[in-house]
Design a protein around this ligand. Structure first.
Ligand SMILES: Cc1ncc(COP(=O)(O)O)c(C=O)c1O
Length: 383
């Protein structure tokens, strides 16, 4: 059993958004939220609320079944065609979460006798999907194509070989070295799958993710993501060839045996993708302001690791130190949520900051001042 500790007080903190702003109300205190995942700043957008209301008026609140039986509506078909179009693929499939998308896709593609290769920092839903699939799981060093090459060589040539990486790593904000990974995969006849959870709407000039980030010089075989971060709804997605999507429809167990996405969430997600497509300035704002934030924090002496994206870790030290720093930040008016072991290695606990399109330049300046002031309070000058 996990030991109860007062340091965990920053976890499970209930908060209420303050309409149309990046501020939240936490137990009566107005705080600037700097750890939210709603990258595109669309969570309170009235256009999404209108899409939700229209969907509920027609379809009610539930999908009433799995997609293969009574669960498919025109809303699901619309969402899947929007995902396919935006991610530049012929076909797509919507799952009930990003977690289910990873578990379902990996399990449908690999089984006993096959090999999956995962980056050491891949998301837990990838790791769980690999373990449940029954395939042999091999980890390679983070963002190290040469180590992947050695691992693939050692594994031999039997069965499916599937390499899975995050496009943007959720705890560190660094990007996968896609061109080198593609080269290694091609040399070994391996498939390459990316999880775009923190990339869709965030990297690439128009937010199309890792292929656009590398100027479309490389192509992945399977793209996957969530509808719960930049796209502020619920659900997960996979896009690829029509053959792949057909295979997943009947072979991905969390898709086949679990209820369809609710109509409200489906409609909100489709509308958010259309807005993302029409308003690429949201993406350029995230990229410009996160660059400014990273530079300011590094200049102020923070360890921000290898971040080059909207996710900026402020690496603090022990779990207790990160919890304490988060509490001090709240006293200075900002929310930076701590990420501790086992999500990150011992001694590398951090506040995981995410810059969004809802943060104006003034909000970012306020946050920089607060994080610096809180750090100075924690370690007084001269000590
Ligand atoms: C990289 C990555 N993949 C998948 C998921 C799971 O997505 P969802 O929350 O939609 O289940 C997450 C969520 O934290 C994530 O960060």
């Amino acid at each position: 059993m996990l030991e109860s500790t007062p340091h965990r007080r920053n976890s499970f903190m209930p908060y209420v958004p303050i309409g149309g702003t990046p501020y939240v109300d936490v137990e009566g205190q107005r705080l600037l939220m700097m750890s939210g995942y709603s990258y595109l700043g669309l969570a309170g957008d009235p256009r999404l609320a209108a899409a939700v209301n229209a969907a509920v008026d027609v379809y009610g609140t539930g999908a009433h079944g799995v997609r293969a039986l009574a669960g498919t509506t025109p809303l699901h078909q619309d969402l899947e065609s929007e995902i396919a179009r935006f991610t530049e693929r012929e076909a797509a499939l919507a799952f009930s979460s990003g977690y289910a998308a990873n578990v379902g896709t990996i399990g449908a593609l690999c089984g006993a006798g096959d090999h999956v290769f995962v980056d050491k920092l891949d998301h837990a839903s990838i790791v769980d999907g690999c373990q449940l699939s029954g395939a042999t799981v091999t980890r390679f060093r983070h963002n190290d194509p040469a180590h992947l090459d050695a691992r693939l060589r050692a594994a031999g040539t039997d069965g499916v070989r599937l390499v899975i990486v995050d496009s943007v790593y959720s705890m560190d904000g660094d990007v996968a070295p896609l061109p080198a990974l593609r080269e290694v995969c091609d040399a070994h006849g391996a498939l390459l799958m990316v999880d775009e959870a923190h990339a869709l709407g965030v990297i690439g000039k128009t937010g199309r993710g890792i292929e656009e980030h590398y100027d479309r010089t490389v192509r992945v075989d399977i793209k996957l993501g969530t509808l719960s971060k930049g796209i502020p709804s619920m659900g997960g997605w996979v896009s690829g060839t029509p053959d792949l999507i057909y295979h997943l429809r009947y072979g991905a167990r969390p898709f086949l045996f679990s209820a369809a996405l609710a109509p409200a969430q489906t409609a909100a997600a489709a509308e958010a993708i259309r807005i993302l497509d029409a308003e690429p300035q949201r993406v350029s704002h995230i990229q410009a302001e996160s660059g400014r934030f990273r530079t300011a924090m590094a200049d102020a002496g923070f360890n921000i690791g290898q971040s080059t994206t909207a996710i900026v870790p402020l690496i603090i030290g022990t779990d207790a130190q990160a919890y304490d720093y988060a509490t001090t930040c709240r006293e200075h008016g900002v929310v930076g949520l701590p990420v501790v072991t086992p999500a990150v290695p011992n001694g590398m606990a951090r506040l995981r900051i995410a810059i969004t399109a809802a943060h104006s330049a003034e909000h970012i300046d306020t946050a920089i001042e607060a994080f610096v002031a809180a750090a100075e309070q924690r370690v007084p000058a001269g000590e």
